[in-house]
Write a protein that binds this ligand. Structure first.
Ligand code: NDP
Ligand code: A1CAB
Length: 274
């Protein structure tokens, strides 16, 4: 399978890391990006082929992964339009937040074979998760190809309705940043209470990983696991009461809804702008 990435930035690099390792030899991956430094890094690390602009290798690809910023997508599809074989209909996978398949299809001359998906950066270490939705013009073989590609970096979750991708974006696409933010807060608190930065980091990371794995492996619901930590009148109760009084849970829910709303707004703005 020949895969062409359009855009070789953060998220493309995370996917390529997983793919180069698991799915296919690096030589079958071609990356297009105007940033020649980024291309040099990808060549060196993963042995992929690269080019500063879309070329014949894109025309020859079985799968084209659109991994540019949502704001660049209109321009990129205009560059790709003359290079894509409309009869062969190679699979187009977009990972961009907000951009809808219907707009991509229109920009690509009424294109049918589009899968929209939302991966996340833990893909870099094969621990990603991706929400996916296929348009009606995607063949069963292409659905499998899309699933194989994204599963090289973690599990996939297929959605019956593309509009749900905005919710996936808010949960798992942006999610790693919330987790890092929480870890940063734990580390800062650790230091303010007299631990070293290294101790704070070690304790916070092990706690995050341990609690997550416990939640995954336990038969009990997450609130039950939380209650198990919370002794009556104890330290956890003091912390959770403080969080509730500060509205932490409500603020997280509001923040995630803001992420989903931003995804929808990007789709509205950039789709309508075409
Ligand atoms: N980062 C994340 O955690 C996630 C990101 N996404 C989505 O992935 C997409 C990429 O995000 P991210 O990797 O973070 O962004 P980056 O800015 O890191 O990567 C985008 C890359 O595309 C390049 N580019 C710009 N114009 C073109 C062009 N015409 N042809 C080819 N390449 C071009 C950019 O070059 P230059 O810098 O020179 O402009 C840049 O290297 C976005 O649409 C985002 O919504 C999805 C899930 C998670
Ligand atoms: O922040 C963003 O817009 C992208 C999409 C999900 C994660 N990063």
């Amino acid at each position: 399978m020949k895969i062409a990435f359009i855009g070789g930035g953060n998220m493309a690099a995370a996917l390529i890391a997983g793919l180069a390792d698991k799915l296919t030899a690096g030589a079958n991956i071609h990356v297009v990006d105007p940033n020649v430094d980024a291309l040099a890094r990808l060549r060196l690390q993963y042995g992929v082929a690269t080019a500063p602009a879309a070329d014949a290798a894109v025309s020859a690809a079985d799968v084209i992964v659109l991994a540019v910023k949502p704001q660049s997508m209109r321009e990129v599809t205009a560059q790709l339009l003359p290079l894509i074989d409309q009869r062969k209909q190679p699979l187009v996978i977009s990972i961009a937040a907000g951009i809808r398949s219907a707009d991509l299809s229109r920009w690509l001359g009424g294109y049918g074979a589009i899968v929209r998906c939302m991966p996340n950066t833990p893909a870099l270490i094969g621990k990603g998760i991706t929400g996916m939705a296929a348009t009606a013009g995607v063949s069963a073989a292409q659905v499998k190809a899309a699933d194989d590609i994204l599963r090289a970096v973690g599990p996939t979750v297929w959605l019956d309705d593309e509009s749900k991708i905005d919710a996936v974006t808010a949960v798992s696409g942006s999610g790693p940043a919330y987790v890092f933010y929480f870890i940063e807060a734990m580390q800062q608190a650790a230091e303010e209470m007299g631990l070293t930065a290294e101790q704070g980091k070690q304790l916070a990371l092990a706690t995050m990983a341990g609690a997550t794995q416990l939640a995954e492996q336990s038969n009990e619901a997450v609130p039950v696991l939380r209650e198990r930590v919370t002794s009556k009148g104890g330290t956890t109760y003091a912390a959770l009461t403080s969080m509730e009084n500060s509205g932490v849970k409500a603020a997280i829910i509001t923040a995630m809804k803001a992420a989903a709303a931003r995804g929808k707004a990007l789709g509205d703005e950039l789709g309508a702008a075409s």
